[in-house]
Design a protein around this ligand. Structure first.
Ligand code: ZN
Length: 338
């Protein structure tokens, strides 16, 4: 009951990349960099285990960016051909690389990282990959012509990668789809279909993470425009509930999402975000338990997994570690009170 996990990313220690800076460049090169990444992953495995996190991750210590970490090893992308793109429906404009020919996976991307992490923990292991729709919202298309077609091509590559991660001993493969909260019509038209292609043939647990983004300025001002109640989930949950994806990871604590919306996911395991990543304030275990209790009114508690709202990459290391401990302690408290 209340098996704890996290959305995915954790801060990079200062020896690996500049702290509290999203997408900071590496502090090392070559072999020293590989060593530093592994050391960072080991630190976070220990922190998660000590905090009582049941399903752990490598904290995304091996990649700078959650999407580009995968795209770096995909053929068909011209990294020098930058196209300005209004990401997440024009929330912020970024010069992005461009797809110029048919996509292919040039080599396994995260397999060695997953194997290393698997060798160093006996807990259940989760690995995160970017979802097809979110990838398509992070890269320009000069080849496929339709976003849905490009998403399906990425889904095929993600599926190859996911099968290898499963073979490396990963227990849960999660696709991050923050774009699902922005393009709700597309989710229903092709977003869920692309996800289902990405998980085809997998026997491990599968998850999709749909949040309102890291606690960065562009996201905080966007959230200010969403009104008193955030009901984006309402438009996409029915399709997700009918899909083959096993778990749905959501933002709850500190958001304006009405908790009742999770009642639209009766057939899924629900990863309830009980830790707000947009504030340095540490939740108390009581507050975490309160969030879980509220969620239990709408979903069978046996299907609830206490989780963070989103990745904690931009936070300080100490804050993130304290939030992990609050999550673990809150779940213990919630188990007692049920
Ligand atoms: Zn997120």
């Amino acid at each position: 009951m209340f098996e704890t996990t996290i959305a995915g990313s954790l801060p990079k220690p200062a020896w690996l990349a500049e702290p509290e800076t999203l997408w900071a460049p590496w502090q090392h090169e070559g072999e020293a960099l590989e060593r530093a990444k592994k050391d960072a992953a080991l630190v976070w495995l220990k922190e998660q285990e000590d905090a009582g996190i049941d399903i752990v991750t490598e904290g995304e210590q091996f990649r700078i960016h959650f999407v580009h970490g995968f795209l770096e090893h995909v053929g068909g992308i011209d990294w020098d051909l930058k196209t300005p793109m209004g990401i997440r429906d024009n929330r912020y404009v970024v010069d992005v690389p461009t797809v110029t020919s048919a996509l292919s996976r040039t080599r396994p991307v995260h397999g060695a990282e997953a194997a290393f992490t698997r060798a160093h923990t006996s807990r259940k292991l989760k690995f995160t990959l970017p979802g097809p729709m979110t990838i398509c919202d992070t890269i320009a298309d000069a080849h496929y012509g339709r976003r849905a077609d490009m998403a399906m091509a990425f889904a095929d590559l993600l599926n190859q990668e996911a099968r290898e991660l499963e073979a490396a001993g990963v227990d849960v493969i999660q696709f991050d789809e923050p774009a699902f909260n922005v393009f709700m019509d597309d989710v229903n038209e092709w977003g869920v279909a692309a996800l289902e292609r990405a998980v085809e043939g997998l026997t491990c647990d599968t998850a999709v993470h749909i949040c309102y983004g890291y606690g960065i300025e562009a996201n905080i001002s966007w959230k200010g425009t969403l009104g008193g109640e955030w009901r984006q989930y309402e438009g996409i949950f029915p399709a997700l509930n009918a899909s083959s994806i096993g778990q749905v990871s959501l933002e709850c604590r500190g958001s304006h999402v009405p908790m009742s919306l999770i009642g639209l996911l009766p057939d899924k395991d629900v990863l309830v975000g009980a830790i707000d990543v947009a504030t340095d304030q540490i939740e108390t275990p009581e507050q975490v338990a309160e969030t879980l209790k509220e969620a239990s009114q709408y979903v069978d508690p046996a299907r609830i997994r206490p989780c963070t709202n989103c990745g904690m990459a931009p936070l300080s290391r100490d804050v993130a570690a304290a939030k992990l401990r609050a999550l673990g302690a809150g779940a213990v408290l919630a188990r007692k009170s049920l």
